[in-house]
Write a protein that binds this ligand. Structure first.
Ligand SMILES: Cc1cc2nc3c(=O)[nH]c(=O)nc-3n(C[C@H](O)[C@H](O)[C@H](O)COP(=O)(O)O)c2cc1C
Length: 217
């Protein structure tokens, strides 16, 4: 049964937990992000590192999907994926991308824009090595983003990989690895009452420096 239209239209949350002002923001937005991510983690949110990743295809069409942030440092925001899938084709054609984190329990959003590039091969291999076996086999088995006949085909491919690597260490596939987004803008959003939310956008001002502006909600 569908949610009645009037119920959908009436869904409304007023945000009242806390405000956000310039003096409490770290002058380095990466440090600020790390601070908020820790709070999201500590508040018990499911998958606090889940982020919406937007890419554009070769004709400029936008696409989004969720991926998991696996590292964040002064170099940027990293995730791992299949280098043969749809998003990888988009990134090869246009490295511009955007990320959104939504931490509902904290009434917070972070938006990031920048450019993606592949992480060093050793970095992908090091992370692949610590993934659970089933995830390692899944990376070999799944032809990400391509149509398949059915669930049975996927399970057959997985089983073939399981037998192929039985008793051996599963190597990192050449078609699997990380991307890092080098940020150009990072925006911190804190929900407030009456839709008068607080927004601060950091923009890279050349070199290592950042400028910051408050934006209307
Ligand atoms: C919570 C969540 C986390 C996910 N994490 C990843 C991830 O880290 N890497 C990945 O390739 N896909 C991840 N996925 C699957 C992607 O959303 C997507 O279906 C897949 O990457 C194929 O995207 P594409 O066809 O646009 O390339 C995740 C999905 C969800 C819902």
């Amino acid at each position: 049964m569908a949610l009645p239209p009037q119920d959908l239209a009436a869904l409304r949350q007023d945000y009242s937990q806390r405000g956000l002002d310039l003096p409490e923001l770290d002058s380095d937005p990466i440090h600020q992000f790390q601070h908020w991510l820790k709070e999201a983690h500590d508040s018990g949110l499911i998958e606090p590192n889940a982020m919406t990743l937007a890419t554009v295809d070769a004709s400029g069409g936008p696409w989004t999907r969720t991926v998991l942030l696996k590292a964040c440092d002064s170099r940027g925001f990293s995730f791992f994926t299949n280098y043969d899938g749809a998003k990888a084709a988009h990134i090869a054609a246009d490295s511009r991308a955007a990320l959104t984190f939504w931490w509902g329990a904290l009434e917070r959003q972070v938006n990031v824009t920048g450019r993606l590039s592949k992480v060093a091969r050793e970095e992908s291999e090091a992370y692949f090595a610590v993934r659970p076996l089933a995830s390692q086999l899944g990376a070999w088995a799944s032809p990400q983003s391509t149509p398949i006949e059915g669930r049975a085909q996927l399970e057959r491919l997985f089983e073939e990989c399981r037998q192929r690597f039985a008793g051996a260490e599963v190597p990192c596939p050449a078609h699997w690895g990380g991307y890092r987004l080098d940020p150009e803008t990072i925006e911190f959003w804190q929900g407030r009452r009456s839709r008068l939310h607080d927004r601060f956008r950091f923009t890279r001002s050349g070199g290592e420096g950042w400028g910051v502006q408050r934006l209307a909600p």
